[in-house]
Design a protein around this ligand. Sequence first.
Ligand code: ARG
Length: 267
Amino acid sequence: MTRSYLMSPPEHFVVEYAINPWMDTSAPVDTELAVKQWEGLRETLVRLGHEVHVLPPEIGLPDMVYAANGAFSVDGVVYGARFKYPQRSAEAAAHRRFYDNLGWRYVLPSQTNEGEGDFTYLPEAHGGLILAGHGFRTETAAHAEAQEALGRPVVSLRLVDARMYHLDVALQPISDDNVVYYPGAFSEASQQVLRQLFPAAILATEEDALAFGLNLVSDGRNVVLSSEATGLAARLREAGYVPVPVELMELKKGGGSVKCCIAELRA
Ligand code: ARG
């Protein structure tokens, strides 16, 4: 089915600060190549029949390309982001303007949270379930705030591996009621919660996770993921999905891949 997404081109992308283990301020970044790879991702989504809105990039906000972090929407209601690091905090207002223009209700957060980086939604799981990560960026108080804002149950999951500092690099929905995840990114207790909620989940390896394979976007059939994650692509194919690999190496230098670049608009 057709989905609606929001992306922001990496016209001002550089790595000039380091707020996650992937960012190396001494490694050169090819901004033009980043834009080209980003454009390939956008075209892939359009070719699959999806709608892509574009948020104009802003000078001085190099991480704005990771549009997933700007907000989290469910049922046409938007729970705004409040970034952990000051370098990114101004991105939240840009996202807010976008949703205001759409006419969606926007809930201003009082708790630190990085939008879809740490929140995801499964409309057909247990009647509609929000999964939320904490441990590195989003505070647990934001999980409760999101539940009050959105009126859907929120399940808190604790992330324990700094290389997977956001939920969306450790777990993603592959359908409306199932997920793929790397267990090692979560605490023992959170792994137990995931096993209980998603007995049919697809499990990923550490190698898949480090190739940013879990940072994918699925429409329930087509799974757009990093071309590096060949092992995960093969497993998804065996499970009946259609992997759609895209090359996004330049954006890995900021610590993100496919999903980080895409916010989903859930009307
Ligand atoms: N450099 C960005 C940061 O550390 C990368 C964000 C990746 N986005 C994501 N949704 N995981 O905040």
